[in-house]
Design a protein around this ligand. Structure first.
Ligand code: NCD
Ligand code: ZN
Ligand code: ZN
Length: 428
């Protein structure tokens, strides 16, 4: 079985080339003679990138299959240009043991659209009381490489220290949802003028920044790897820059929504804009963009968080936080980072594929586009635009904050080990 991609520009650089893929591997780049049985992808005018890797997604299986499943979430991922995703552990039951993580891994392989890597919980039941069996999950068939209590912060400094110490022996990374819970009791929105005007209890920037600073110090002393989820403030970028300068093994992600949206959205009263951490200010989005461009923030992760209609179409304070992200991520990055000149397509490959694959320790994703490499690839039409319609997205839930928006950058095809998983907006 072979596939030929015709006339694409790798990383958006140089002259268009053809790419021959045989048995899941790139076997020729340049002018390629099309084998008789080959599937041909006409990619003129398109940018060829390594398949995207999402370090942070919520697939809701097991437990909330009314909002997303591994099947539908994988489809959303493939349509969004992803070839691998990390599925967060805050399912019901929690992915805090080998049985659950192996189920998620196996189900992902059965669906076959993206590699679904389960994230294991750091603490039993996400309760923040005692460590889960990280070693058993790491050594299971699912080979768990990332651990997180995401949704909740590992707030106890002693537990966090133990988790970091333990992680070094397993060569895994602890991903922290940085939120000091004592500072966010009842919080509804970014602590600032807008929340105050609406009478919403605020979520202060310091609740994130203080945990990130603490964890960076703990990681440095433990010589452990720390990953910071969904960075949302200028102060966190400052702390990360400081910690990296000191040699801390810390990496960080920013979500598309924190690159684009601000707490001005509060004026709509629409809970589709409610998310954790909350949408911040315009000076924060500006700093997050430059921090991503400069590598202070390593990568983009979606924090794709599907929610049921009854949990979103309700009053703000009762609504659950979270928004869809898998199918819109590339376009939001194109809008905020490429159109603004902060990143070229090579930079997009770095923040959406290479760095997340490195952080998640995936050997076969985020690889160079070169002969001999696995054909995990994404084709993007950089000049095309599309209009977001939540009802048309592959997710079961429809809680996109970009409803009706016209966005640049269309994913035209995704290939997983040479197999076309999505093409022209349809799953293959
Ligand atoms: C996430 C969810 O719904 O699971 N919600 C969110 O607002 N981001 C949890 C999380 O990422 O913290
Ligand atoms: Zn989180
Ligand atoms: Zn999350």
């Amino acid at each position: 079985m072979s596939t030929v991609i015709q006339g694409a520009r790798p990383y958006g650089e140089g002259d268009p080339v053809d790419v021959l893929i045989e048995d899941g591997v790139i076997t020729a780049i340049g002018a390629v003679d099309v084998p008789e049985d080959a599937d041909v992808l006409d990619a003129s005018g398109q940018v060829l990138l390594p398949g995207f890797v999402d370090l942070h997604t919520h697939l809701r299986e097991p437990g909330r299959e009314d909002t997303e499943t591994i099947d539908t979430g994988s489809a959303a991922a493939a349509l969004g240009g992803y070839t691998a995703v990390f599925a967060m552990a805050n399912t019901d039951p929690v992915a805090d043991n080998a049985v659950i993580v192996e189920h998620v891994w196996r189900r992902g392989q059965e669906v076959g659209l993206v590699d679904v890597h389960p994230v294991g919980a750091v603490t039993v039941g996400l309760k923040g009381e005692k460590l889960a069996e990280l070693g058993t999950m790491a050594n299971s068939q699912a080979r768990v490489k990332v651990f997180s209590d995401d949704g909740l912060c590992v707030a106890d400094p002693l537990l966090m220290r133990r988790a970091l110490e333990y992680s070094t022996a397993l060569d895994v990374v602890i991903a922290q949802h940085a939120e000091e819970p004592r500072l966010t009791v009842g919080a509804q929105a970014h602590e600032g003028e807008r929340a105050a005007r609406l009478g919403y209890p605020g979520w202060p920037a310091a609740a994130e920044e203080s945990i990130v600073a603490r964890d960076c110090l703990l990681a440095l002393h433990a010589n452990a790897r720390l990953h910071v989820c969904h960075v949302s403030t200028t102060g966190t970028a400052d702390v990360l820059a400081w910690a990296k300068e000191r040699g801390t093994q810390v990496t960080a992600e920013v979500t598309p929504h924190h690159l684009l949206l601000t707490d001005e959205r509060l004026a709509t009263y629409d809970p589709v804009n409610k998310v954790n951490p909350p949408l911040r200010t315009q000076s924060d989005t500006a700093r997050l963009r430059t921090a991503l461009a400069e590598g202070v923030i390593d990568c983009v992760a979606t924090d794709h968080a599907p929610h049921a209609v009854q949990d979103k179409d309700t009053e703000w304070t009762a609504a659950r936080p979270g928004m869809l992200g898998l199918q819109t991520a590339l376009s939001i990055v194109a809008e905020t980072m490429v159109r603004t000149g902060l990143l070229d397509w090579r930079g997009v490959a770095r923040v959406m594929s290479e760095r997340p694959a490195e952080i998640g320790n995936l050997a076969d994703h985020g690889r160079p586009i070169a002969v001999g490499e696995p054909a995990n690839l994404t084709l993007v039409d950089p000049d095309a635009e599309w209009t977001v319609r939540g009802a048309e997205l592959a997710s079961i839930a429809a809680n996109t904050p970009y409803e009706g928006m016209r966005l640049p950058g269309v994913v035209t095809a995704t290939l997983l080990r040479g197999r076309i998983t999505a093409r022209d907006g349809k799953i293959c």
